[in-house]
Design a protein around this ligand. Structure first.
Ligand SMILES: Nc1ncnc2c1ncn2[C@@H]1O[C@H](COP(=O)(O)OP(=O)(O)OP(=O)(O)O)[C@@H](O)[C@H]1O
Length: 467
């Protein structure tokens, strides 16, 4: 597996990595480093502070986790009895932390005894997490909030820290972690090596850079922000707002969209409404939004990744919103939605509601065509079954009850497609024509005009024709 369109000039075995890491990388199927990995890993191994800005899905996680693990293995070669927390990795959400943890466990699968990693980002009680930290794991992964909570409880000791990494640096401040990050920095020794990873170089990232990095090398890769077109195809389809439901239904039911899909909407309400709509047609989906508790969000992503659901409906909200503005709703400030979450094998991204900024489009699109995956279609057994044309396609099942559900769930446009709509004839009151009746005159001429184009039912045409 390699990143398309980005031919690596060095191979993993040429970067000076431990054999155990190389074996783990091979097990992951990563044939060669991505561009950001190729540039960042040697710099970090050299002891440099690095700011890596690379498009979403370009392999930044590997770019900082591989050298962190390598440096820990090297330090243990020199001093096998060394046991202290050498690296702290901060991520803005629990989902991201657990994803980094998962990647690190895979990368240390051949040296798990030598490199111990814990993720303390979950909301478990601080005292319940104490045993995880008591014998100074080599790498701690946390959200800044959790790191501060443990520092206050004196369950986390960073006095011997050698490396600090902040992932998704552009989200840290907008997630409300500015103070927590500053608090963490106060607990670090004077000298440590640091790296920031980000998909954008926002003002927040530059502020963090000033706070965290020293004489840093900035890697701003000259690459497209999105995966190459060979890998990711963009389609656009124009439709009236009221018809979007019908279009989506058709795309899904006719098999025009295959594989796992993320449908993006812009509000939490829409998230639920769309799910209810799809439920009506026995199209099962799960949802992801900022009102769900963290555990449910993780569960939804896990179920989607495991293939329990092929569709996830996600609402995206601006991180720059003042969290205090909408007090009715209990928004989770750690909600990073899908930014940085590694949804696996996503074939399609559907912008059901158009993203509010270019960045948002890029991040949404970055959920597919990740790594070396093609964007549109994945070859998994389930998809291949779908492709079998020797089997008769099942006609979509729609129940009679669809005609009784509210319009916002099944709009009339779709009811008429399925033949379930009962056209209610409006009872018209007879109003005698009167030249003094302005309202009548206006509507009359409007209808007359349409009459010219034979657009009206005969009955009405006749009525106005008599005038
Ligand atoms: N060298 C590689 N070869 C093939 N696949 C890789 C390689 N490195 C990473 N990947 C895969 O690419 C996908 C995206 O990687 P990763 O999550 O690190 O991207 P990212 O740049 O951190 O994205 P984001 O900014 O969204 O977090 C993952 O599924 C990962 O397993």
């Amino acid at each position: 597996m390699s990143f398309e369109g980005e031919k690596a000039s060095v191979q993993f075995h040429e970067i000076g990595l431990d054999d155990r890491i190389l074996k783990a990388i091979a097990k992951l199927g990563w044939a060669e480093p991505s561009l950001i990995q190729e540039k960042a890993i040697p710099l970090f191994l050299d002891g440099k502070d690095v700011l890596m800005k690379a498009r979403t899905g370009s392999g930044k996680t590997g770019a900082f986790t591989i050298p962190v693990i390598q440096r820990i293995l090297s330090s243990k070669e020199v001093n096998p009895d060394l046991q202290n927390t050498q690296a702290l990795i901060l991520a803005p959400t629990k989902e991201l932390s657990s994803q980094i943890h998962k990647v690190m466990l895979q990368l240390t699968s051949k040296c798990s005894r030598d490199v111990r990693i814990v993720d303390i980002s979950s909301q478990a009680d601080i005292s319940a997490q104490k045993p995880l930290l008591v014998d100074f794991p080599d790498i701690v992964i946390a959200t800044p909030g959790r790191a501060v909570a443990h520092l206050k409880a004196e369950t986390l000791n960073l006095k011997d820290l050698k490396m600090l990494v902040i992932d998704e640096a552009d989200l840290m401040f907008s997630c409300g972690y500015e103070e927590d990050v500053k608090q963490v920095l106060k607990s670090l020794p004077k000298i440590y090596q640091a790296a920031l990873a980000s998909a954008t170089l926002s003002a927040d990232v530059l502020n963090l850079k000033k706070l965290v990095l020293h004489n840093a090398v900035t890697l701003k890769l000259q690459e497209s922000e999105l995966a190459p077109l060979k890998q990711l195809t963009h389609y656009k389809h124009y439709s009236e707002a009221s018809e979007k439901h019908a279009v989506l239904y058709s795309l899904l039911k006719l098999g025009l969209i295959r594989g796992k899909s993320i449908i993006f909407v812009n509000t939490v309400d829409k998230c639920y409404r769309l799910k209810l709509f799809l439920d009506q047609f026995k199209i099962s989906s799960c949802i992801l939004n900022s009102e769900l508790p963290a555990a449910s969000r993780c569960h939804a992503v896990a179920q989607f990744n495991e293939g329990v659901y092929d569709i996830i409906i996600a609402s995206e909200e601006s991180f720059l919103d003042d969290p205090s503005v909408d007090s009715r709703r209990n928004k989770d400030k750690e909600f990073g939605l899908s930014r940085g979450i590694d949804f696996q094998h996503v074939s399609n991204i559907i912008n059901y509601e158009f993203p509010e900024s270019i960045n948002s489009y890029i991040h949404r699109a970055g959920r597919t065509a990740r790594g070396s995956n093609k964007g549109f279609f994945e070859e998994n057994p389930k998809d291949l079954r779908t492709l079998r044309h020797d089997k008769k396609r099942k006609a979509p099942k729609t129940g009679q009850h669809i005609s009784n559900v509210p319009d916002y769930l099944v709009p009339n446009s779709l009811k008429s497609v399925t033949g379930l709509i009962k056209i209610k004839k409006a009872k018209k009151k007879f109003v005698p024509p009167s030249t003094a009746n302005k309202k009548y005159e206006v509507s009359s001429s409007a209808f007359q005009m349409q009459n010219d184009f034979i657009l009206l039912p005969k009955k009405i045409c006749t009525f106005f024709g008599q005038k």
